[in-house]
Write a protein that binds this ligand. Sequence first.
Ligand SMILES: *Cc1c(COP(=O)(O)O)cnc(C)c1O
Length: 223
Amino acid sequence: MSITENYLKIRNQVPEHVTIVLACKKRTPKEVAEVIDAGASDIGENYVQEGGKMFDALGDKAYKARWHMIGPLQKNKINKALRIFDSIQTVHSCEQAADIDKRAQALGKKVSVFIEINIGEESAKSGIAAEYEAVKSLAEDISNLGSLNLEGIMTMGPFYEDPENIRPYFRRTKEIFDKIKSLNLPDTDMKYLSMGMSDSYKVAIEEGSNMIRLGTIIFGPRI
Ligand SMILES: *Cc1c(COP(=O)(O)O)cnc(C)c1O
């Protein structure tokens, strides 16, 4: 099946309130242009430099989508990231949030940010520890930063062959999400719970995700 057919099939399968972010690492501008033409509204990139190249290669088409940073963001890449990304889903520390805020303020921009939780507490994955108090403290810090709007929580979760095994991690992330949302912090609008990928999006949606990040299932295997 073509990228267009894959996208439309999944778009029709998942509930309307679920946003699909296309994870575009290693894809060509032609492939990403096709999925935007098919109606994709949200693009995810893992690397600032690749994302910038993709954004520029797409020309006017790039402006039809919202752009999400879904990989770790290094301090020296923040300015470049703010040129293309509407949303940074991988904020994991107060220091990092303050760095992004400072640069966004200098550019006169408001930036949507998500807190990334390392729900499996895996040393190879980034994100803040999966403890409510730690996430709450970071959410409070972000809510005090004038150029950042906290809009959600993102998690990767550990990889299992059987996606059923990831369910408890998604459930715990949703619990933390709900508690943070109920704090009603100023300048905070907890709209998005970003979890679920090609192999786990169905379980993630069952556990309350409303933003899934898909690559392989739309574009095919990464070469
Ligand atoms: C690559 C990637 C995805 C999508 O992975 P697939 O298994 O190809 O769907 C989602 N989120 C992040 C952060 C990624 O790096």
